[in-house]
Design a protein around this ligand. Structure first.
Ligand code: NAP
Length: 250
């Protein structure tokens, strides 16, 4: 029922995890997908080739989202290749450890640069094209950490909380241009990002999740696809919780 034929979607951090699952699902729904990666070329390139072999349209593009020049070059490439961008999924992110009294500037800055500045750069580069086209969808990846905080990951939680207020601000600012801006806030998801924590503390973590398991990347990709679709045409400024019931907030 959800079809995205004729739509061009740019998904950052699509080399694995939630971004990869989103790119695959959007492609299955008929979208042209641009898979951004930074360091891990292989899987993004392979998925793009696989999509093309089965008759779809896809492109893998390397860019560090924290680098303004690389982001602008990536968006230029998408416009040159496909002439439009209908959907931006700001998914690229990192999750590192940091106790506040010993956190080096570099650890703080790296998280700010990738998780927040990267979202700003990608959004700023894409919005003029969406305005010109008469609309678009922006879907940002927040986290339960941005809603309730996260001890020993305060830098990460600060970026994910900022994503929520960024999403709400742009929802109102861009509504006159028919650009709908929403966020998805996952809880624990079984990806490379959380693999070590789930391996070491899996039982403790799942014991406080009402559904008693972490989510799968595909279970986050589904709500992202919904937000990109015509079914979500009256939703903007919303933070969609996808967390197995772990954090219940409206
Ligand atoms: P993941 O498996 O670690 O994947 C992260 C992706 O981001 C990779 O494709 C990585 O690509 C890319 N990336 C990292 N730094 C980048 C940069 N500077 N420029 C471009 N791409 C970059 O993580 P995930 O679990 O799928 O997480 C995806 C999003 O969901 C993140 O924003 C994360 O904060 C959020 N989230 C995840 C969870 C969870 O439990 N997993 C929970 C809540 C929210 P390269 O390897 O090519 O650099």
């Amino acid at each position: 029922m959800i079809r995205l034929e004729g739509k061009v979607a740019l998904i950052t951090g699509a080399s694995r995890g939630i971004g990869f699952a989103t790119a695959r699902l959007m492609s299955e729904a008929g979208a042209t997908v641009v898979l951004n990666y930074n360091r891990t070329k292989g899987p993004a390139e392979e998925l793009a080739q696989q999509i093309k072999r089965s008759g779809g349209k896809a492109l893998a593009v390397k860019a560090n989202v924290a680098d303004r020049g690389e982001v602008e070059a990536m968006v230029d490439t998408v416009i040159r290749e496909f002439e439009r961008i209908d959907i931006l999924v700001n998914n690229a992110g990192i999750w590192t450890y940091g106790e506040i009294d010993t956190m080096p500037d570099e650890v703080w800055d790296e998280t700010m640069d990738i998780n927040l500045r990267g979202v700003f750069y990608c959004t700023r580069a894409v919005v003029p094209h969406m305005k010109r086209q008469g609309g678009g969808r922006i879907i940002n990846l927040s986290s339960t950490a941005g809603q309730r905080g996260e001890a020993f990951h305060s830098h990460y939680a600060a970026t994910k909380g900022a994503i929520i207020s960024f999403t709400k601000s742009l929802a109102v600012e861009l509504a006159p241009h028919n650009i709908l801006v929403n966020a998805v806030a996952p809880g624990w998801v079984d990806t490379e990002m959380s693999a070590e924590a789930l391996e070491q503390e899996g039982d403790k973590i799942t014991s406080i999740i009402p559904l008693r398991r972490p989510g799968k990347a595909e279970e986050i990709a589904g709500p992202i696809l919904f937000l990109a679709s015509d079914l979500a045409s009256y939703m903007t400024g919303e933070i969609v919780n996808v967390n197995g019931g772990n954090v219940l907030c409206g």
